[in-house]
Write a protein that binds this ligand. Structure first.
Ligand SMILES: [Zn+2]
Length: 211
């Protein structure tokens, strides 16, 4: 038996989502098909809003809502444009959900930089897809401003990939010769754990005791 093509296509696509396998995608497809017309419509509109009405911050690569009136110009995200936050402090994270976990602690008042992934030994090419160059440029540019970056916190998972990425980032930042303090959050987290799933207390301790 072959599934109808539209269902097959949906399942194939949704199976690529993080944490979703083909079984879950199949259940999701049938669940959606059984919903009332209004709910189906809502699914289409919110998906469209997610993809069209958001934009990536040119500074830190976090997302923000695209304001309709200035849809052509990329504006800074809520965090980067918050003047109460300390622009001399940049916390480098792998992905958006890590940022959200750190924000939940309410203890971090600097800015962020989203790398978009980690470097692994087997896939060194991945380096090109990450926002490492943008981070270096951001630090360099800030050195000519009134609020230069003074500390970079590497908040990457304490895994082999996270450690390799931290090592390479540290090397790149030191090459700038700007006397930037580099600290690591990972040292305060259990080996092999993930920033995203760390509890607030552990993260706060790691933040306060960062070295
Ligand atoms: Zn931003």
């Amino acid at each position: 038996m072959e599934l109808p093509k539209p269902i097959k296509e949906f399942i194939e696509f949704i199976s690529q989502f993080p944490g979703i396998g083909s079984r879950q995608a199949t259940r999701l497809a049938f669940w959606l098909l059984h919903q009332e017309k209004e709910k189906k419509k809502k699914f289409l509109t919110i998906s469209q809003h997610l993809l069209i009405n958001t934009q990536i911050c040119p500074n830190c690569f976090f997302v923000s809502e695209r304001k309709k009136e200035k849809s052509q110009t990329k504006s800074l995200c809520e965090i980067c444009s918050d003047r109460r936050r300390n622009p001399s402090l940049i916390c480098v994270v792998e992905k958006e959900t890590d940022l959200l976990t750190i924000e939940k602690t309410n203890k971090y008042k600097g800015l962020y930089h989203i790398l978009g992934g980690l470097i692994s030994k087997i896939d060194e090419n991945k380096k090109q897809a990450l926002t490492i160059n943008q981070l270096i440029l951001r630090i360099k540019k800030s050195s000519h401003s009134s609020q230069p970056v003074k500390e970079v916190i590497l908040a990457l998972n304490p895994t082999s990939e996270g450690n390799l990425t931290s090592y390479l980032l540290e090397k790149e930042i030191n090459k700038l010769n700007l006397n930037i303090k580099i600290t690591k959050l990972g040292r305060g987290l259990p080996q092999g754990s993930e920033v995203e799933f760390s509890d607030s207390e552990t993260l706060i301790n790691a933040l306060l005791g960062r070295k």
